[in-house]
Design a protein around this ligand. Structure first.
Ligand SMILES: *[C@@H]1O[C@H](CO)[C@@H](O)[C@H](O)[C@H]1NC(C)=O
Ligand SMILES: *[C@@H]1O[C@H](CO)[C@@H](O)[C@H](O)[C@H]1NC(C)=O
Ligand SMILES: *[C@@H]1O[C@H](CO)[C@@H](O)[C@H](O)[C@H]1NC(C)=O
Ligand SMILES: *[C@@H]1O[C@H](CO)[C@@H](O)[C@H](O)[C@H]1NC(C)=O
Ligand SMILES: *[C@@H]1O[C@H](CO)[C@@H](O)[C@H](O)[C@H]1NC(C)=O
Ligand SMILES: *[C@@H]1O[C@H](CO)[C@@H](O)[C@H](O)[C@H]1NC(C)=O
Ligand SMILES: *[C@@H]1O[C@H](CO)[C@@H](O)[C@H](O)[C@H]1NC(C)=O
Ligand SMILES: *[C@@H]1O[C@H](CO)[C@@H](O)[C@H](O)[C@H]1NC(C)=O
Length: 563
């Protein structure tokens, strides 16, 4: 008995025990860490950081990483491996007309029209009177070949029948396309004017193509030849009539009663930065998917002050300004909050037996504990003081093992992407791009000692000369507010800045018309987040892309000693 009392044991033996214990603890700890990392690491998360690190970031979010520097989160369409590559995307694709028009496809069409032998018969030129006939199928083939040769960064998806341009020898052709860097199956529209001649061997030759959207006569989809039968009816006279982000209704009472819902009350996430919003929203949506429930989505958003020209938080923004609601509807089970509350009230008023509701007042009740709950509505409330009232806390700890954030469900708004296409299209998809981060980071010499100097006009010119050939189109994505800051570069490059395209969101634009419809007829402001989203996406479409961090400066993205 005496021997076991610490005082009598030799020091050496104690030490060995201690070291042994310590080693074992370290071993256990590292296994634990490894396990946690292995479990929480989910490749589709664009953060590529562990959840605890993120939580830390969020709880002290005023600091470095979230300084508004024109970096935005990648969304679902950036993360897929190939267009329609992921099976989820393929099944969500609403039609089958998404096959690229390749050389093989054109050749096949050509054989169908001309027959295999016609090429070897130059004597009989059948092009009547030597006049260019825009309706001639052979002309379309010539245009298709031309496009394929000239616009290498574009996948052409479907053509409409060419129509006459403004004078003989001109044809206007509309088509749908996708940039090769766009990873969603979404299609964009262009219509150009082509100048066509008839060559010696009696073939159509495309001599020249007009600029982006130059083929105004082909602007409207021709109804007789609408390739997609379902959408032949044109509903609105303006804008991109392929966007359908109407709010679905649940239909009958009985339908509503049959559903199972997961309803999150607003939490501390309201008016936080967009990255925080997404991190939280996708937690909620992930839980709903895990529980096989319909998620109740509040389309009203509050945009954090950093993105607002007014420098104040602004309520009353619509989810659909920023994200693709149509895609979300297709890949996830959701119901809009207003519809949901209306139906719920109606039900409770007209039936003796109310909708069964389970209120959950703390995030400490895990999704796993709610699995067996049969209530029609699970209503999570977030009334605790910050940071206990963030939605994403539901997905912390054990829950992280079970809930996957459905990043694939979030795409950027097609309306914003139409602006991106327009800007890139006007440069004929032939441009290089540089990302110049300045703003708060450039002013903070403690965390980014060289950034300011490395992004000064002289330094930029010097560095870019080594990377981009002179007189290329150079798109500059930047948070530098002073428009003339980059004037020095104009001696070497054709400089393009987002503000050069401001008419694309001015009050005469399609975007303006379309967003107004979502905002009860009131004008929608093109805010800082939209700017950043468009700026970044154009940047991604550049042929050569120069980044601030790692290309222009040795400073680290998140401040000194973080890389
Ligand atoms: C975050 O910023 C505050 C002031 O803005 C500063 O006091 C604090 O040390 C910073 N934290 C980190 C981890 O840099
Ligand atoms: C143009 O081509 C179409 C289709 O081949 C044909 O029906 C039409 O008659 C032609 N028009 C003229 C003026 O040749
Ligand atoms: C136009 O429609 C007709 C009949 O639907 C079809 O045969 C023809 O191939 C279409 N033309 C084009 C260019 O799609
Ligand atoms: C839009 O989508 C809804 C389903 O969300 C559908 O019921 C409606 O018919 C669609 N409208 C059009 C014009 O396609
Ligand atoms: C959700 O549905 C899937 C497949 O239908 C099933 O495997 C899973 O157990 C369900 N989860 C819950 C919580 O009911
Ligand atoms: C568009 O904005 C300009 C200047 O902001 C204003 O003068 C003009 O009246 C507006 N037009 C419309 C149709 O709202
Ligand atoms: C926007 O709507 C107005 C009024 O409805 C219309 O006159 C204008 O042509 C539209 N602009 C575009 C670019 O569609
Ligand atoms: C920018 O830096 C990255 C990483 O060092 C490098 O791979 C890339 O080629 C650089 N870009 C240019 C245009 O030099």
């Amino acid at each position: 008995m005496k021997d076991s009392s610490p005082g009598t044991e030799p020091i050496g033996q104690n030490l060995i025990k201690l070291i042994g214990n310590l080693c074992f603890s370290v071993f256990v700890f590292s296994v634990l860490v490894f396990t946690v990392v292995a479990i929480t690491y989910q490749p589709p998360d664009p953060w590529l950081e562990s959840a605890p690190a993120l939580t830390r970031l969020f709880t002290q979010s005023e600091n470095a990483t979230f300084k508004n520097d024109n970096s935005i989160l990648k969304t679902g369409e950036d993360l897929q491996l190939s267009p329609a590559g992921a099976s989820a995307a393929a099944s969500a694709s609403p039609d089958s007309g998404a096959n690229p028009i390749t050389e093989a496809v054109i050749e096949k069409a050509e054989e169908g029209i001309l027959g295999p032998s016609s090429k070897a018969d130059p004597g009989s030129c059948e092009i009547a009177g030597g006049a260019v006939n825009c309706s001639d199928p052979r002309l379309l083939i010539a245009v298709e070949k031309f496009n394929l040769r000239v616009f290498k960064s574009i996948v052409f998806l479907e053509y409409q029948a060419p129509v006459s341009g403004s004078k003989p020898g001109e044809c206007d052709v509309a088509y749908r396309f996708r940039n090769k860097k766009e990873k969603s199956w979404r299609k964009y529209r262009d219509f150009r004017r082509f100048r066509v001649e008839i060559g010696d061997n009696c073939e159509y030759k495309v001599m020249h193509s007009g600029g982006w959207h130059s083929g105004t006569n082909a602007r409207r989809p021709s109804r007789s030849n609408a390739t997609r039968g379902t959408k032949a009816k044109i509903l609105t006279p303006v804008g991109d009539n392929e966007i359908n982000d109407t709010i679905p209704s649940l239909g009958s009472d009985a339908n509503f009663r049959k559903g199972r819902y997961l309803y999150y009350s607003p939490g501390g996430d309201y008016c936080k930065e967009m990255n925080h919003y997404l991190w939280s929203f996708l937690c909620g949506l992930g839980e709903a998917m895990y529980l096989n429930r319909t998620f109740v989505l509040d389309l009203n958003m509050c945009l954090a002050a950093t993105y607002n020209p007014s420098n104040k938080d602004e309520e009353g923004k619509d989810f659909r300004y920023y994200f693709d609601f149509e895609h979300l509807k297709e890949v996830a089970s959701i119901v809009e909050e207003g519809e949901f509350l209306k139906d719920w009230k109606k039900w409770d008023k007209s039936h003796k037996k109310k909708m069964p509701v389970r209120k959950v007042v703390t995030y400490k009740v895990t999704p796993m504990q709610l699995r067996k709950d049969k209530s029609s509505i699970i209503w999570r409330q977030f009334d605790a003081p910050e940071p206990e009232n963030y939605w994403y806390r539901v997905c912390e700890g054990q829950a992280a093992k079970y809930i996957q954030r459905p990043w694939h469900a979030i795409w950027k708004s097609k309306r914003l992407m139409n602006i991106v296409s327009e800007i890139s299209g006007r440069m004929d998809w032939d441009f290089d791009a540089v990302h110049v981060v300045r703003g708060e980071k450039a002013q903070n010499k403690e965390l980014w000692p060289h950034l300011d100097a490395d992004t000064s006009p002289d330094a930029l010119l010097l560095k870019l000369k080594g990377m981009i050939a002179p007189w290329r189109n150079l798109y500059i994505a930047t948070n530098e507010p002073f428009y003339n800051y980059f004037d020095k570069l104009r001696s070497q490059y054709k400089v393009h800045l987002l503000d050069d395209y401001r008419e694309l969101w001015s009050n005469t634009s399609e975007w303006h018309n379309e967003t107004m419809l979502l905002n009860k007829g009131r004008t929608v402001e093109f805010d800082g987040y939209m700017r950043v989203a468009v700026d970044t996406e154009v940047l991604y479409r550049g042929k050569t892309r120069v980044e601030t961090f790692y290309n222009l400066t040795k400073d680290c993205k998140d401040g000194i000693n973080t890389c």
